[in-house]
Structures are given as structure tokens and as C-alpha cells.
Design a protein around this ligand. Structure first.
Ligand SMILES: Nc1nc2c(c(=O)[nH]1)N[C@H]1C(S)=C(S)[C@@H](COP(=O)(O)O)O[C@H]1N2
Ligand SMILES: [Mo]
Length: 513
């Protein structure tokens, strides 16, 4: 090595690492797009692998804090970590490229392992391999240019050109991968399915079932506003024309049903309220829709369920599994294999083209989205959440707990003096709501006006008008279900100790001006 040769400065060295890793990620994304397997993108695969390993309390915390943005937060966090590692790869290689190449190689290995797990087909490994090769090559190229540019009297043109080229390539790769992944055109597939006309429509929602003008949600949640909870960084893409539902396990005849055959059956429509076990008291993860589909129990009966089967396991394209006690499905005309919500095919976010909906149970044990496979089995099988310690015993799955939420006034709102309107919603799907009461400033329980009843599977809106003097007030709500059980005041967090759903009463504090 010549004594006149100098090492590049720290910023240049860090940039070499950053650009090489960016090029690797761009190449991986591009090849995943070319393969039409977005899950094979090393960046997304590492993210999804991280989600699968996140301890449940952290997962619930992220859902609670970031809501549906929890995934963007995870991707952004991951990008920062990778950028730091990449910069370090450059910084430790100011003299020789080897240390940086080792760091890039280790990143590539992690990407490869994540892809092998998240997108198990062998061809998927082409994406992390392309990423690794590109990362190493870009690193060697940029490193050489940076060393050359660091010589006294040397120009920086070569380095600038190489860096610009690598940066542009990385960006184009990332963008191209995205565009290519869009080739799996779920939007066109949804449009081709078209509006759904049930042979057996749900009874119309009666007037006075909701009081949106007073602050309750609308009775039917528009599909685009329906709460969303799942383990995916990007919405899985499954086209209706590619979907075939397999029913197997403890059945007399294995069945394979293409989507078109399911959609051609006489469709029924049911108004059902769904909620997530991770919803906290007063939280937003509860919504209602007119689900359109075929009774799930009938389909299973066609396959011939063996008498010793206990559990129905749904599998999805995202590798998710959900176990539902079979006695909740067989003979239950409201348990659906759903293909639509509110007259339209399911939105991609809500499981297009096929999902299950079993009223009265939390989503994680009843509502497989992007469904591909139904297996009849015993309780010996542990689905996704049970494998991660949620509600260890699928036999012990609890029904949705009676819950209430005050929607108006909002917490810490200022409302004008005089008559104050309190409004909200209560739900006990499967049992139905019989009464709702509100206590102001720890005073007596006052009965709220209830919305017109719809069915026992859905929420019930309520409101109460009370004259209140100016100052700070608190309101607490409780519901009574149709079995006569009063919603408990005992505060149980959704994740501790259960987790089998939060309990406690929602309270808001507001100011009357
Ligand atoms: N394939 C798949 N299905 C899934 C999930 C998932 O992560 N993957 N999440 C479940 C959970 S925890 C809930 S609460 C419901 C939410 O359904 P929604 O997003 O349509 O409201 O979907 C369930 N079905
Ligand atoms: Mo959930």
C-alpha cells in the first residue's frame, strides 16, 4: 500500500456503507416484485419476522399507541437501525473493505433467513440472494472509489458518479419492486366480483338504531372505517380468481372450493359487530357490518364432519392461523364464510376475497382474513396466538365481554352550559344489550335511551340528556346484557393477566362552560 494513500473521511466512509445497503434492499425489493412475491422482499420479510417475535405485551402496546400506524412505526424504526448498521459497516472499513463486507454479509444472511421463514418457496430466496450480491458489489465499487478519491490531488468525480449511480439504482429498484408487486391486481379482481346481492338480505336497520347526530357511530360502519387488526406490514394480495378454499382434516370428504363456486351459492347477509381482544376500555377496535357470505356450518356439513372433531382451524396467505371451537360454528346460521361487507366484496384490508366471521367471539379466535384453508381438528392444535401464549387453552375461549363506550362528549371536551347530551355504544354480541345506564359525578345510575334493537349480535347505541351546571364533570357508563348480567366495574387490562379481553367501565371527564 502506498504511503501517500489516505483513508476516506468519516462521512464518506459512512455513506459507502449506507449506499451499499440501500442498493441491496432496492435489489431485493425489485426481485421480489419480479417474482410477484412481495413477502420475499428482505426488508418486509425481516419486518414480518420481527412482528412474529414481538412479545404480546409489546405488540398490544404498539397497537394501542400507534394504532393502525404501528406498522409504519415498525418499518421506520427498522430503517433507522439498518441505516446505523450500514453506516458502521462503512466506518469500520476506511482502510480495508473486509469488515464492511462481513457486516453486509451478515445483514444478507438475516434477510435470507427471514425470507425463508416468511415466504417458504425456494424461488423466494432469489430476492435475498440478489440483495446480498448487489450489496457486496456496490460496497466493493464504492469503497474503491472512495479510497481513490481520498488520495491527495485526486478528483472526486469518480466517487460522485459511482455514489449517484448506486443511489439512483437503489431508488429505482425499490420503486420498481413496488410497481411490479402491484401487478397482482386485487382492485381489478374486486371490481370483477362486483356488488353482492344476497338471496337472503339482512333485515333493514330500523330508523332510530343509531344517533350519529348526537355523537354515536353510524350503526353500520363503512367498510373503509372498519377497525383493522392483523400481523401484516403490507396487505396480503390474493385475487379471487386464484383463491381455492380447501376443507380437510377430520372430514369424510376433502373439499376444494374455488371462489367463484362459493360466490355462486345463495348468499345470506348478517348484521354482526366485531371486536378485537386487544381493545382497551373506551377503545376504537369495534365495528359493525352487514357481512355477506354462506353459512360456514353448512359448508362443513357438506364435507362431513367427524364426530370427534373439536376445533376449526383457519389458515391464511399470511401464515396466520385461527382456531375456533367447532360448537360455535356447526348449526350456527350466523357463522359465515364471508365474501363481502355492506354489499361490496371484502376490502383487501379485511381479507379479500374470503374470511370467516363467527359472531360473539373476539376476532383472533373467529375471523380469519385472506382465508385459504379450513382444517377440522382437535384442541391439541395450537393456532397462532395460542402458540404465543394468548389464552393458552382454545377450549377455554371466552365470549366477547359486555362493554360500553362514551363517544360524546369526548374526554376533556368543553361543552356549552345547559342540557348536555351523552351518547355512545354498548355491545355484548351473542347476548344483546338490555339496558345502559350512566352515572354523573358518581351519582345514581340514570337509564339511557336505547337505539331501536337490531339483533343480539350487534352493538346498541344510546344517549342521555342531562342538565349540568358549569364546571368539571365525569360520566361513567355501564350496560346490562339480555341475560341480566351487569357490565363489571373490575378493571382488567386487555393483556394482563388474560389476555381474554378488557373489562371495566369507561369514564370521561369534560367541562361545562
Ligand atoms: N389472516 C389473518 N386473519 C386475521 C388476523 C391476522 O393477523 N391475519 N387478525 C385477527 C384479529 S386479531 C382480528 S381482531 C380480526 C380483525 O379483523 P378486521 O381487521 O377485518 O377488523 O382479524 C383476525 N383475522
Ligand atoms: Mo384481534
Amino acid at each position: 500500500m502506498s504511503t501517500t494513500e489516505r483513508s476516506p473521511g468519516r462521512p464518506v466512509a459512512a455513506l459507502v456503507g449506507l449506499l451499499a445497503v440501500a442498493a441491496a434492499l432496492g435489489a431485493g425489493h425489485l426481485v421480489a416484485g419480479l417474482l410477484a412475491r412481495p413477502q420475499a422482499s428482505p426488508f418486509l420479510a425481516v419486518g414480518n419476522a420481527a412482528i412474529d417475535r414481538t412479545p404480546n405485551p409489546v405488540k398490544s402496546f404498539a397497537i394501542a399507541v400507534f394504532g393502525t400506524n404501528d406498522k409504519i412505526a415498525l418499518l421506520a424504526g427498522m430503517a433507522v437501525v439498518i441505516a446505523v448498521v450500514a453506516a458502521v459497516a462503512g466506518l469500520v472499513s476506511r482502510r480495508r473493505p473486509r469488515p464492511g463486507l462481513i457486516v453486509v454479509g451478515v445483514l444478507g444472511l438475516i434477510g435470507g433467513l427471514a425470507v425463508a421463514e416468511q415466504s417458504p418457496a425456494a424461488v423466494s430466496l432469489l430476492a435475498p440472494l440478489a440483495a446480498l450480491a448487489t450489496g457486496l458489489a456496490a460496497f466493493v465499487l464504492l469503497h474503491a472509489r472512495a479510497r481513490a478519491a481520498a488520495r491527495p490531488d485526486a478528483g472526486r468525480r469518480g466517487l460522485l458518479l459511482a455514489s449517484g449511480g448506486v443511489a439512483a439504482g437503489a431508488a429505482l429498484g425499490g420503486l420498481g419492486g413496488r410497481l411490479l408487486a402491484d401487478r397482482v391486481d386485487v382492485g381489478a379482481s374486486r371490481r370483477a366480483v362486483g356488488p353482492l346481492v344476497p338471496a337472503q338480505p339482512a333485515p333493514p336497520i330500523p330508523p332510530g338504531a343509531a344517533f350519529p347526530e348526537l355523537g354515536t357511530p353510524p350503526f353500520l360502519t363503512p367498510a373503509a372505517d372498519f377497525y383493522r387488526v392483523d400481523v401484516n406490514l403490507t396487505v396480503p394480495r390474493l385475487r379471487a380468481q386464484d383463491a381455492v378454499l380447501r376443507i380437510h382434516g377430520m372430514v369424510d370428504r376433502e373439499v376444494e372450493l374455488p371462489f367463484a363456486e362459493i360466490a355462486a351459492r345463495p348468499l345470506v347477509e348478517r348484521t354482526i359487530t366485531m371486536t378485537c381482544v386487544s381493545n382497551y376500555v373506551g377503545g376504537p377496535y369495534v365495528s359493525t357490518a352487514n357481512f355477506v357470505g354462506v353459512p360456514l356450518g353448512d359448508l362443513l356439513a357438506e364435507a362431513g364432519v367427524r364426530p370427534d372433531a373439536e376445533q376449526l382451524v383457519g389458515r391464511a396467505v399470511d401464515g396466520f392461523t385461527i382456531g375456533t371451537p367447532l360448537d360455535r360454528v356447526l348449526g350456527n346460521p350466523d357463522a359465515l364464510l364471508a365474501i363481502g361487507m355492506n354489499g361490496e366484496p371484502l376490502l383487501p384490508e379485511h381479507g379479500f376475497p374470503l374470511r370467516t366471521v363467527v359472531p360473539g367471539l373476539y376476532g383472533y379466535v373467529s375471523a380469519t382474513k385472506w382465508l385459504t384453508d379450513l382444517e377440522l381438528t382437535t384442541f391439541a392444535f395450537d393456532p397462532y396466538w395460542e402458540q404465543r401464549g394468548w389464552d393458552g387453552d382454545p377450549e377455554g375461549i371466552v365470549p366477547i365481554k359486555t362493554s360500553s363506550r362514551i363517544d360524546a362528549p369526548a374526554g376533556f371536551a368543553r361543552v356549552p352550559a345547559g342540557e348536555v347530551v351523552l351518547a355512545g355504544t354498548s355491545w355484548a354480541p351473542g347476548r344483546g344489550i338490555a339496558a345502559v345506564e350512566v352515572s354523573l359525578d358518581d351519582g345514581p345510575w340514570l337509564p339511557a335511551e336505547l337505539g331501536a334493537p337490531v339483533n343480539t349480535l350487534t352493538w346498541r347505541m344510546w344517549y342521555l340528556r342531562v342538565p349540568l351546571g358549569s364546571g368539571l364533570h365525569t360520566a361513567t357508563v355501564r350496560a346490562t346484557d339480555r341475560t341480566g348480567q351487569v357490565q363489571t366495574a373490575e378493571r382488567v387490562d386487555p393483556i394482563n393477566p388474560g389476555p381474554d379481553g378488557a373489562t371495566g367501565r369507561h369514564t370521561v371527564t369534560f367541562t361545562v362552560a
